[in-house]
Design a protein around this ligand. Structure first.
Ligand code: P6P
Length: 335
C-alpha cells in the first residue's frame, strides 16, 4: 500500500516557523493569525450550511453602508471581534459592519501591539445565490503608547504601514491567503483535521494575465481613459497577442484571488455620481493592494499608489485598480 506522505505544514506550524527566524519576535503576530484562522473556521461552518439553516434573509438592520445586513454578516463580525478581543495580540478592531471602532480597553488588550481592520463577509449580497464570498483583514502595529487603550490614529495609517494583510475565500474549497513583507502564502482548509494547510507557497502574481474584471454596467459612468482601456482589453493587445477574457463575479475576494493566482486586472473605478467608487480603503483596497504588491503586482486609485494614501475616515471609499504589473502599466498609459 503506498503511504501518502502528507507532511504539509499547517498555518500554525508555518507562522511559528516564520517566528523562529526572528528570535526577538514576541509571537503576537503568529497568535493573531491563528485567532483569525479560528474565526474563519467557525464562519466557514455557517457559510457552508447557509442554505439549510434559517440563517438567510435580511437581518433587518441597515449598516453604515446603507445596505441591509444579512445574518451571516453579523455572525462573521461577532466571531472575528470575539476571538481578537479574547486573544493577546489585538488592542481593538474596525469593521465594515460597525459604525465606530471597538477599543477593547482591558488590561491585556491594552498591552497588545496590533490593531485589526476587517470586512467580515465581503460580497454578502451573493450569500443567497451561493456565490463565493470572503473575509478581508488588515493588521497595523499601534502607534500609540502600549499599556493604554488604542486610539483612532492606530487605525488610520497609510496602507504601506500594514504588518500583514489577508483574506479567507469561502469557495469550492476554503482558503486563507495572507501576506507579510516576506511573501504571500495560501493555505487550504483540510476539513478532515480542521486545519489550514500550506497549499500555495510564495504566491507571485504573473506579470500578464488573461482576465480583466470590471462592472460593465457602469461603463458610461467611467472616465474616458478607463473606457478606452476597457475597449482596448477587448481588442488584440501587443503584450498578450489576443483580447482579454472578461471575468467579474461581483465578489471582490473571488475576483482578486483568481487574478492574483492566474494574472489579471481588477477595477472598481470612480464614476460620475460616485467619484470615489464603491470599495472601502481601509478593509478592502489596502489589504488587497498590500497582497498584490508583495506578490509583484501594482495597485493604484487611478492616480496614486493605494498604499500611499493617508486615510482620514474609517469607512472612506477609494477607486481601485490592481493586479498584474504589465496590465497595470498598460492601464496607466490610458489614465
Ligand atoms: P458591483 C460586493 O458587494 C462588493 O463590495 C465587492 O465584493 C465587489 O467587488 C463589489 O462590491 C461589486 O460591486 O457594484 O459591481 O455590484
Amino acid at each position: 500500500m503506498t503511504m501518502i506522505n502528507r507532511s504539509v505544514q499547517t498555518l500554525d506550524e508555518f507562522t511559528i516557523q516564520q517566528l523562529r527566524m526572528f528570535p526577538k519576535a514576541t509571537g503576537e503576530l503568529s497568535r493573531l493569525l491563528r485567532d483569525i484562522g479560528l474565526a474563519a473556521k467557525r464562519i466557514n461552518v455557517e457559510v457552508n450550511k447557509a442554505g439549510l439553516v434559517d440563517i438567510l434573509g435580511d437581518y433587518g438592520s441597515v449598516n453604515i453602508q446603507g445596505e441591509t445586513v444579512k445574518k451571516l454578516d453579523v455572525f462573521a463580525n461577532n466571531q472575528l471581534t470575539g476571538v481578537l478581543r479574547h486573544g493577546i495580540s489585538c488592542a481593538g478592531v474596525g469593521s465594515e459592519e460597525m459604525d465606530d471602532l471597538v477599543i477593547f480597553n482591558d488590561e491585556v488588550s491594552n498591552q497588545s501591539k496590533y490593531v485589526v481592520l476587517f470586512d467580515p463577509l465581503d460580497g454578502s449580497a451573493n450569500i443567497d445565490v451561493n456565490v463565493s464570498i470572503g473575509t478581508i483583514f488588515s493588521v497595523f502595529r499601534r502607534v500609540s503608547e502600549l499599556g493604554k487603550p488604542c486610539v483612532e490614529a492606530d487605525f488610520l495609517q497609510p496602507g504601506i504601514k500594514q504588518v500583514a494583510a489577508g483574506y479567507i475565500i469561502y469557495g469550492s474549497s476554503t482558503m486563507l491567503v495572507y501576506a507579510t513583507r516576506r511573501g504571500v502564502n495560501g493555505f487550504t482548509l483540510d476539513p478532515s483535521i480542521g486545519e489550514f494547510c500550506l497549499s500555495h507557497p510564495d504566491i507571485k502574481c504573473p506579470e500578464f494575465g488573461k482576465f480583466y474584471s470590471v462592472n460593465h454596467g457602469n461603463f458610461f459612468q467611467y472616465s474616458k481613459g478607463v473606457q478606452d482601456y476597457i475597449t482596448q482589453c477587448q481588442k488584440k493587445t501587443e503584450a498578450t497577442g489576443g483580447p482579454y477574457a472578461q471575468r467579474y463575479i461581483g465578489s471582490m475576494v473571488s475576483d482578486v484571488h483568481r487574478n492574483l493566482i492566474k494574472g489579471g486586472i481588477f477595477m472598481y473605478p470612480g464614476m460620475t455620481d460616485k467619484p470615489n467608487g464603491k470599495l472601502r480603503l481601509m478593509y478592502e483596497c489596502n489589504p488587497f493592494a498590500f497582497i498584490i504588491e508583495v506578490a509583484g503586482g501594482k495597485a493604484t486609485n487611478g492616480k496614486d499608489r493605494i498604499l500611499d494614501i493617508q486615510p482620514v475616515e474609517l469607512h472612506q471609499r477609494s477607486p481601485v485598480f490592481l493586479g498584474s504589473k504589465g496590465m497595470m502599466e498598460e492601464l496607466e498609459s490610458y489614465l
